[in-house]
Design a protein around this ligand. Structure first.
Ligand SMILES: C=CC1=C(C)c2cc3[nH]c(cc4nc(cc5[nH]c(cc1n2)c(C)c5CCC(=O)O)C(CCC(=O)O)=C4C)c(C)c3C=C
Ligand SMILES: [Fe+2]
Ligand SMILES: [Fe+2]
Length: 361
């Protein structure tokens, strides 16, 4: 069990909000990619094949080849301040804290952590406890629930809580794939883009893929992506022929959810489609998968196949409507906790009582 700060009578119980994203390497180098990929790909929710077979493949092949290849990709999208995923998540936490300050007194403490890499869930939870958070809302930034993303973040959270003597009250957000605020923010972000750059012939809604067999095993991810797609198309008043839901980032040789984004872009290119726009509603922050795989590689695939014009629409990142939706969802999930904090006066009284009773010195 982890060491615990000494229990203090009458300390103010604070509310914390912990945003969690997937995680990113510390640097765009093979040296930093190796431990990141090792942690990611050792997870049995991410790779669901017998452990010993996978151990041989991972240690014998993947960790000897992929770190260098992935580092080259990361180097193309790395920002002066660091990894885009980390920078956007940091900004989202800062903007959410500011939005909540205006609605909730005393304002909750907002932090972010990464399921893989840094800052780790373990580190940040400990830090929140030290700051006096006794009630924590854990909010994974994955709109659609998948066992490999949201489920894995929950595993990590619960295994850290298991090490604590004094466990805070914890609530978790499962998903928000159909939340009206999230859908409205996605639609507005796309409309903003189209107001500046005009409209495409086809809009591709590209979600991160997962192995096809996870759908048969009961993972709701596929259905949640389809629902987000449907609601977003409705908000944008698109006809069925004007958009398509696709799945990207296939890993390994097994069948993943289809249609594959890269295959669809190639087909659209071959059909000499004048203009295709791609947006990635399943990622709330731009990252390797959107900036390299779609904006660079996806564009190349489409143009080389004969397409004319390719546009990548950025993720929600710091969009005003997204921060509003995030704050709205947080507020909803905090119901029952808000307004129940003891006042400073009550806290002082209980401290005095404990002093009188000799419970504290
Ligand atoms: C949006 C949710 C995500 C799901 C679901 C998901 C499943 C999943 N991913 C892999 C393998 C890799 N993904 C990688 C990067 C990556 N994945 C997500 C999100 C989801 N993944 C994000 C946001 C990122 C980008 C991180 C960044 O730093 O920008 C990588 C690492 C990069 C690389 O080497 O390609 C791998 C590997 C699997 C196998 C999987 C489901 C089974
Ligand atoms: Fe991934
Ligand atoms: Fe489905």
């Amino acid at each position: 069990m982890l060491p615990e700060p000494p229990y203090q009578h009458g300390t103010l119980s604070k509310i914390g909000v912990l945003l969690i994203n997937l995680g990113t390497p510390d640097a765009p180098t093979a040296k930093a990619l190796r431990p990141y990929l090792k942690q990611f790909l050792s997870n049995s929710r991410v790779i669901e094949i017998p452990r010993w077979i996978w151990w041989l493949i991972l240690h014998g092949i993947i960790l000897n080849t992929r770190p260098r290849k992935s580092a080259e990709k990361y180097a193309q999208i790395w920002m002066p301040e660091g990894s885009p995923l980390k920078i956007h998540t940091e900004q989202q936490a800062r903007l959410l804290a500011r939005a909540l300050e205006e609605r909730i007194k005393p304002a909750p403490i907002v932090e972010y952590a990464m399921n893989i890499g840094n800052p780790s869930i373990a580190q940040v939870l400990q830090h929140m406890k030290e700051r006096g958070c006794d009630r924590i809302l854990v909010f994974p930034l994955f709109p659609q629930y998948a066992s490999s993303s949201s489920g894995s973040a929950m595993d990590n959270l619960f295994s850290e809580l298991k090490k604590m003597r004094n466990i805070p009250a914890v609530r978790t957000v499962k998903h928000f794939h159909d939340h009206p605020g999230y859908i409205a923010a996605l639609a507005q972000n796309i409309r903003d883009y189209w107001a500046e750059h005009g409209k495409p012939d086809k809009l591709i809604l590209s979600f991160h893929g997962v192995p096809r067999k996870t759908l048969d095993k009961g993972d709701p991810y596929h259905c949640e992506c389809q629902k987000t797609g449907r609601l977003l198309a409705k908000a944008l008043e698109l006809y069925t022929e004007q958009y398509q839901v696709c799945f990207q980032s296939r890993f390994g040789n097994a069948k993943w959810l289809t249609p594959y984004t890269a295959v669809t872009l190639k087909e659209l290119g071959k059909l000499k489609t004048q203009r295709v726009d791609v947006v990635c509603p399943g990622f709330v922050s731009d990252c390797l998968e959107t900036l390299e795989e779609i904006a660079i590689e996806g564009k190349k695939t489409f143009i080389e196949a004969g397409g004319q014009e390719f546009h990548f629409i950025p993720c929600l990142n710091e969009h005003h409507d997204w921060i509003k939706a995030l704050s709205e969802m947080t507020y909803t999930h905090l119901q029952g906790w808000l307004g129940s904090e003891p006042t400073e006066e009550e806290t002082e009284q209980s401290r005095n009582l404990a002093l009188e009773m000799g419970a504290i010195e």
